[in-house]
Design a protein around this ligand. Structure first.
Ligand SMILES: NC(=O)c1ccc[n+]([C@@H]2O[C@H](COP(=O)([O-])OP(=O)(O)OC[C@H]3O[C@@H](n4cnc5c(N)ncnc54)[C@H](OP(=O)(O)O)[C@@H]3O)[C@@H](O)[C@H]2O)c1
Length: 257
């Protein structure tokens, strides 16, 4: 049983691991004995997070802008200097943009799709050689894409590009799962519900916690261990036969459709 959820010794990359959900996932893997890399644009915040998490194990910070193909390729080249295999890639970095339908700007649409949808695809493409190095028939390499409950349940707020970009991530993950199974790589989605991060700050300030938690049957926000637990399951021996799955970690919100 101890080995069922064992991820000790695995090399794990968490994009956007400097704060919020990514940091929670990174913390779980560090505490479980993995060798963890986090990356984000803001080097100071990423360095501080890695420094704090290194109190529990191994954690390294890197800087990257994963919203461009060039940024993904540059990061992958730098990463390949530091590691010779990647057991678990967690595409978590993301952004949101809210605006009325009539005012929704092209810049907001592009910003959201670039980091939420385009970035994960081209990062997977750039890191595939390292991912394949870690893949074996009985212990596949793992790709975990962070989607959203908003790709399953239509949100109440006007975040059109966000819900569309995350729905694309969900189906892209299923497509890649089918494609990469022959290479012993699993691809799954964690679809979080409401997590109190910087991304949720504006919505919480505008609407209040009671309204935000209205559609959530379990009546609480997702916590750090909810996010880490789902990711560790998918990365561990327990999750080795799961691919193409979309796992809502949402307090039951998806049941209210
Ligand atoms: N919070 C929620 O309720 C919720 C619900 C469902 C799904 N999600 C999803 O969960 C993921 C994490 O969200 P969060 O709430 O933790 O958000 P957050 O607190 O805003 O954190 C976002 C992370 O992504 C990084 N990032 C943003 N743009 C980037 C870029 N171009 N290149 C590299 N890194 C970038 C940020 O660092 P820098 O700014 O320094 O780059 C930060 O580390 C996202 O994919 C989000 O859509 C969140």
């Amino acid at each position: 049983m101890e080995r069922l959820f064992d991820v000790a010794g695995k090399t794990v990359l968490v994009t956007g691991g400097s704060r919020g959900i990514g940091r929670s996932i990174a913390e779980g893997f560090v505490k479980a004995g993995a060798r963890v890399y986090i990356c984000a644009r803001n080097a100071e915040v990423a360095d501080k997070a890695a420094h704090d998490l290194a109190a529990y194990g191994e954690c390294h910070a890197m800087t990257a802008n994963l919203a461009t193909v060039e940024g993904c390729r540059t990061f992958a080249a730098e990463f390949a200097v530091r590691v010779d295999r990647l057991d678990v890639l967690i595409n978590n970095a993301g952004a949101i943009w809210a605006e009325t339908l009539t005012e929704y700007p092209e810049s907001g649409w592009d910003k959201v799709f670039d980091i939420n949808t385009k970035g994960p695809f081209f990062l997977i493409q750039a890191l595939l050689p390292l991912i394949e190095e870690a893949a074996s028939h009985h212990d596949p390499a793992r790709i975990i894409n962070v989607g959203s409950i908003n790709a399953i349940r239509v949100p109440d707020h006007e975040t059109y590009a966000y819900s569309a970009s995350k729905a694309a991530v969900h189906q892209l993950s299923r497509h890649l799962a089918k494609q990469l199974a022959a290479k012993s790589v699993t691809v799954n989605v964690i679809a979080p519900g409401m997590f109190e991060s910087k991304m949720l700050t504006a919505t919480l300030e505008e609407k209040g916690a009671d309204v935000v938690l209205g559609p959530v049957p379990l009546k609480r926000f997702a916590g750090p261990s909810d996010m880490a637990g789902a990711a560790i399951f998918l990365a561990s021996p327990a999750g080795s036969y799961v691919t193409g799955a979309i796992l809502p970690v949402d307090g039951g919100t998806a049941t209210t459709l």
